[in-house]
Ligand binder design. Structure first.
Ligand SMILES: [Ca+2]
Ligand SMILES: [Ca+2]
Length: 463
């Protein structure tokens, strides 16, 4: 064998060995699946080495083992942007200090993160944030799957889009908001705390000069593909642009906990996540035992209801979590919103149609709301004539205010109830809705939900 062949063979052996390591990299912690990815990681902060929802001694212990060659890095599946492609990337949060290496310096950094977070959240909970001036930098993965830094503490914040503002409220951090957007101030019933806050207007095309003038520490928004993608360029040197999900890909829990970490408000974030899991786990446990699933789609309630909510929209993911097959996932589109056709729908044995639209809190004339929603539902009956959903009168409406965003668990409960009434006799979407209000919307404590319920959920129609 000449030297060249030996070299080639050696390279081949190395490649095979490397590939083998990727597949053999067998997980040791309990919440990983067989191929090494973790599930349910809601804290996308670097330093969360084991991919659970905390940064603590367990991360230090695992990192020490990784450095010693006794264990492997844990990978978390993240979507590569919200472009309806469903592309998944796999990332590890082990490189806490983001210097490109995983080594003992990361252990030191994690120790600093833990002790800083203790002092920061103590200052927040004791109302002493204004005099807390110790700074620290953490790194996180944003909802566009980009690694970003954020400088703490955050004492002043801009919150753009009403679902983002709802997250800020449930974390108990409204008092830090110095500016917001037109969708937030347009919802004084849902978000009365924000109604006198400076309005920066269109979240999708915000004026950079106006943003700079606020002098805020950070700007909380969503995916760059939807919201003012230029901000990192135009104001990024002056404030941190925090892009986290408030609906994108239904990753609201990631948005709530990761932002909660940045704001020193983890206690409320964990309470919220635990509450979500109470229902998600109950529903997934029961639907996992089903031998067959129902089929459901979520058209937008506009015009003839042919614009659809697809993968990444939030509504799509809710139907799947509620145990339905949603054929919108087969459609390729350039956004989260593929177009449906009546012909396509007829080939998919669609048993449930859940329409989505804005309708909820702010409508003061219930009769008009009912007429508008009935109109949408009637359009859907016409458009989807011949589908089992239309034939069997299984067309429903859910207001977007509870379909995406932090209250989406309410819709999950309604959908599960409608899809599988026998399985979820004990589940009451309206009770879940009231719980959300009681626990996470302090300003709505006197809101009469029952009196306004048909502004949120309607169906099945008797039309
Ligand atoms: Ca952890
Ligand atoms: Ca490092």
């Amino acid at each position: 064998m000449d030297k060249r062949i030996v070299a080639v063979a050696l390279v081949a052996v190395i490649i095979v060995a490397a590939v083998a390591v990727v597949f053999v990299a067998s997980p040791s912690s309990e919440n990983k699946d067989v191929d090494g990815a973790t599930k349910d990681c809601n804290l996308w902060v670097y330093g969360n080495v084991n991919g659970d929802n905390y940064i603590d001694q367990k991360d230090i212990d695992l990192l020490q083992k990784i450095i010693n060659g006794e264990d492997y890095e844990v990978y978390v599946d993240v979507y590569d942007g919200y472009n309806a492609s469903g592309t998944v990337s796999r990332i590890s949060f082990a490189d806490a200090n983001q210097d490109g290496k995983v080594d003992s310096k990361d252990i030191d950094y994690i120790k600093k993160i833990i002790t800083y977070q203790e002092r920061y959240s103590k200052a927040v909970s004791e109302g002493k944030l204004s005099s807390f001036n110790e700074t620290f930098r953490i790194y996180y993965n944003n909802c566009d799957n980009k690694t970003c830094k954020v400088d703490l503490p955050i004492k002043s914040l801009i919150s753009m889009y009403f679902s983002n503002s709802e997250i800020v409220r449930l974390l108990g951090a409204v008092d830090r908001v110095v500016a917001t957007d037109s969708t937030t101030v347009a919802k004084p019933t849902l978000l009365p705390e924000f109604k006198n806050i400076l309005n920066l207007g269109d979240r999708k095309a915000v004026n950079s000069e106006a943003v700079l003038k606020t002098n805020a520490d950070a700007y909380f928004t969503g995916s760059a593909s939807t919201y003012s993608a230029y901000l990192e360029e135009t104001v990024g040197d002056h404030m941190d642009i925090i892009r986290l999900s408030a609906w994108e890909d239904n990753n609201v829990m990631v948005g709530a906990l990761t932002l909660g970490y940045m704001l020193g408000c983890t206690e409320k974030a964990y309470e919220y996540i635990d509450w979500c899991h109470k229902y998600m786990d109950l529903i997934s446990e029961r639907v996992s035992k089903l031998s067959g699933k129902v089929t459901a789609i979520v058209p937008k309630g506009r015009g003839i209801c042919l614009e659809g909510n697809g993968m990444g929209s939030g509504q799509y993911e809710i139907t799947e979590l509620a145990g339905a097959l949603n054929p919108a996932g087969e459609l390729k589109a350039s956004s989260e919103y593929p177009n449906f056709t009546s012909e396509w729908a007829l080939t998919k044995n669609i048993q449930f149609i859940i329409l989505s639209g804005y309708c909820g809190f702010e409508k003061s004339a219930p009769d008009q709301v009912k007429a508008a929603v009935d109109d949408i539902i009637n359009n859907a009956y016409e458009t989807y004539k011949g589908t089992p959903a239309a034939t069997n009168k299984q067309i429903y409406f859910i207001a977007n205010e509870i379909f995406t965003g932090p209250s989406n668990i309410v819709s999950l409960a309604y959908c599960a109830e409608w899809f599988y009434p026998d399985l979820f006799e004990d589940l009451d979407g309206t009770a879940v809705f009231q719980e959300y209000i009681d626990k996470f919307c302090p300003a709505l404590k006197d809101y009469d939900l029952k009196a306004h319920l048909d502004q949120f959920v309607v169906g099945p129609s008797t039309a």
